[in-house]
Design a protein around this ligand. Structure first.
Ligand SMILES: Cc1cc2nc3c(=O)[nH]c(=O)nc-3n(C[C@H](O)[C@H](O)[C@H](O)COP(=O)(O)OP(=O)(O)OC[C@H]3O[C@@H](n4cnc5c(N)ncnc54)[C@H](O)[C@@H]3O)c2cc1C
Length: 286
């Protein structure tokens, strides 16, 4: 289908993009990789009056590790994340999740900023952001603010972003070098949106785990942490029995709705399998 009409402008630097967005009013949209927005336009599910293209702004596509954690700029693509094989193991869930997003042509265009701003409940990166702990740096011409991912996402395809705000980077909170993380999902074909997804992270200390974080995706309006399963694993040596008990708690801690692709009950069973599988992988990581 043809897109509805809109005015188009390409920004070459951040300040210019923020001005354009502000000037264009509340029915304007940023265009990053276009992998979610363009299909929405084609199906006429979005009718912005203006598109501000930020895809070619220089200097917004870097990754930096520091005492503040891992900062990933908004225009870093899924393919770029996927190729970060040299990242320390505590960030592994990020590279694993990026590799499972859509197909390669989508991953070379789609961006982390776009994925979080789009807030698809089945998207991979918001789940990882919940499990690793992340804050979004958001800017407008009026200033900037930092928003924890738990506060940023509030419903399916809904965030607290104001129309004149842009996600500039995502900062994954500092993690102990002994932390490990992993991601897994189930979909019928590689590249399809997941029926259920999980990201887990935990720090290993003297053979037991601390600070366990388990996030689930595609089983509710936004990614959720399963605190009961996390607490049950604190101080565990990740024995098979402990993992099975935590996976069961994770399943009991979610109540996904069914749809044409999968029933709610099937998604819950997937949660149990996926949480068990990712925790076993965590246990085996060097
Ligand atoms: C066939 C197909 C399969 C896909 N499969 C998956 C999948 O399995 N998993 C998955 O997660 N995604 C999937 N996607 C979507 C893809 O990952 C997108 O790349 C991603 O959701 C959005 O990133 P983008 O850069 O393309 O954003 P765009 O499409 O450019 O924008 C999406 C939305 O975010 C806003 N936006 C973009 N950047 C910013 C910013 N920096 N600050 C504020 N707002 C911003 C836009 O205004 C728009 O509302 C798929 C897409 C297609 C076409």
């Amino acid at each position: 289908m043809k897109t509805p009409p809109f005015a188009y402008a390409r920004a070459t630097e951040l300040g210019e993009a923020l001005e354009m967005l502000d000037d264009a009013g509340e029915d304007a949209k940023l265009l990053a990789g276009g992998q979610s927005l363009i299909p929405l336009l084609a199906y006429r599910l979005a009718r912005p009056t203006h598109l501000v293209d930020i895809g070619r702004i220089e200097g917004l596509d870097g990754l930096r590790e520091s005492d503040d954690g891992l900062t990933v700029d908004a225009l870093v693509t899924h393919a770029n994340l996927e190729s970060q094989v040299g990242l320390p193991p505590q960030w592994q869930a990020l590279t694993e999740a990026a590799a499972l997003i859509g197909h390669y042509p989508i991953r070379v265009r789609g961006t982390i900023g776009g994925s979080l701003a789009h807030a698809d409940p089945a998207a991979e990166l918001p789940v990882v952001a919940m499990a690793l702990g992340a804050d979004l740096l958001v800017r407008s011409i009026g200033g900037c603010r930092e928003i924890a991912v738990e506060d940023f996402l509030y419903g399916p395809f809904m965030t607290v972003l104001e129309p004149n705000e842009m996600v500039v980077s995502v900062r994954f909170r500092p993690a102990d070098a002994a932390r490990r993380s992993a991601f897994d999902e189930f979909s019928t074909r590689h590249g399809d949106f997941a029926f259920a997804a999980t990201a887990v992270a935990a720090t290993f200390e003297d053979g037991v785990v601390r600070d366990v974080r388990i996030a689930l995706g595609a089983v509710g309006p936004v990614p959720v942490r399963v605190h009961a399963a996390e607490s049950a694993l604190e101080g565990s040596d990740l024995s098979s029995a402990d993992i099975a008990a935590a996976a069961r708690l994770a399943m009991e801690g979610c109540n996904p709705a069914g749809d044409a692709r999968a029933s709610g009950e099937f998604r819950r069973e997937l949660v149990e399998v996926l949480v068990g599988r990712t925790l076993r992988r965590l246990r085996e990581m060097p």
